[in-house]
Design a protein around this ligand. Structure first.
Ligand code: NAP
Ligand code: ZN
Length: 351
């Protein structure tokens, strides 16, 4: 038994979106039904809908930055009630028993993390994402959105927010540290806001200075264009941590040279192609190159609470369901300011 809900779907790699319907499973005992209000557009949606990460499952309903309201709860749900404001991020299931799940790293489940879309549950059910009016998710993969954060500004926190919060915490961003954020798109603008709220001194490294005013308003004390040679010479050896959010090829060695000794270049971007690093750039100065993949559910809730405490939401442009193809092109063209969020009430109701 399933429930039919409306969604926007893409039928083939690089295809256009169309409105249609999908089936959501009936509530299991620990499931909540969520009326989705907003779904953010992450660059990862584009990588997958365009098959830039290898073969994908079509038809696809992307969307892993989901914010909405609980409309129904299963009999064993304890954390949520009808009417609660909740969010769902990049994952919707894991074994719950392995070492990684037990230590709040469900994103690294040893059996299988089920991603919010472009994936299947162990029983074969296809996972469809948030570009839809409604979803059904286990309460284990649902987070509470604090009252202080508007749902449209909260949606992108479920991926962009947690993806940069995790490495900022892990690599010690705070008072006395100098953090650089490379690329000020969806993830990057959240990294600037969060690192500044943690007390770090933040520099943005963007392709141009066209977004400088915004970067400073988000909390950066400096904003440099990577297209200028002076950026590379003047900032040599400056940073404790560099958070790189770039979705395209980049000169990794040049960024390593901007780290202080012992500094860490933490990459969260997932460009289509492999990137190269010269070990000399790492060995000189004992530098670190690291990756970071979203975060666990406990960390996501902590991030949401931190955002509420510091008055942080994403800076969004709300769009309608008919505007997603255009929005994808704008994200790829670095024109996004700073996250497109789909108002899912603009998806035509099923029936
Ligand atoms: P986005 O909004 O497109 O932001 C990426 C930014 O990178 C752009 O705004 C641009 O910033 C910069 N950029 C783009 N093309 C560039 C180029 N050719 N050279 C240099 N800089 C360039 O994307 P996003 O949603 O923030 O996602 C960023 C990346 O992170 C994607 O690859 C995505 O798949 C990945 N991601 C990873 C995780 C994870 O868990 N690790 C989670 C979510 C997303 P400027 O205009 O300021 O230069
Ligand atoms: Zn994402």
């Amino acid at each position: 038994m399933t429930t039919t809900t409306s969604a926007i779907l893409v039928d083939e790699a690089k295809g256009a979106f169309r409105q249609g319907t999908i089936e959501r499973r009936d509530l299991r005992p620990d499931d909540v039904r969520i009326e989705i209000a907003y779904a953010g557009i992450c660059h990862s949606d584009i990588h997958q809908a365009r098959e830039e990460w290898g073969s994908a499952l079509f038809p696809m309903v992307p969307g892993h930055e989901i914010a909405g309201t609980v409309t129904e709860v299963g009999p064993e749900v304890t954390r949520y009630a009808v009417g609660d404001r909740v969010g769902v991020g990049c994952m919707v299931d894991s074994c719950g028993e392995c070492e990684m799940c037990r230590t709040d790293h469900e994103n690294f489940c040893e059996k299988k993390t089920v991603w919010t879309y472009n994936d299947r549950f162990p029983d074969g059910e296809v996972a469809y994402g948030g570009y839809s009016r409604e979803t059904v998710v286990s309460e284990r993969f649902t987070c509470r959105i604090p009252d202080g954060i508007a749902l449209d500004e909260a949606a992108p926190l479920l991926c962009a927010g947690i993806t940069v919060y995790t490495p900022l915490r892990r690599w010690g961003a705070g008072p006395g540290t100098k953090v650089a954020v490379v690329g000020m798109g969806g993830l990057g603008h959240m990294a600037v806001k969060l690192a500044a709220a943690m007390g770090a001194d933040v520099t943005v490294l963007s392709q141009t200075t066209s977004k400088e005013q915004d970067g400073r308003a988000f909390g950066a004390s400096d904003y440099r264009a990577t297209s200028e040679d002076s950026t590379w010479s003047e900032l040599k050896g400056s940073f404790d941590v560099i958070i790189c959010t770039v979705s395209a090829d980049l000169p990794v060695d040049s960024y390593l040279a901007l780290l202080k000794p012992f500094g860490a270049f933490v990459n969260v971007g997932l460009p289509e192609n492999p990137q190269s690093v010269s070990f000399g750039a790492l060995v000189g100065g004992d530098r670190i190159i690291a990756g970071s993949n979203i975060g666990g559910i406990k960390g996501t809730q902590e991030m949401l609470d931190f955002c509420a405490e510091h008055g942080i939401g994403a800076t969004v442009e709300v769009i309608s369901a008919d505007d997603v193809d255009r929005a994808y092109d704008d994200v790829v063209g670095s024109k996004v300011r700073y996250r497109y969020v789909i108002d899912t009430s603009t998806i035509t109701p099923a029936g």
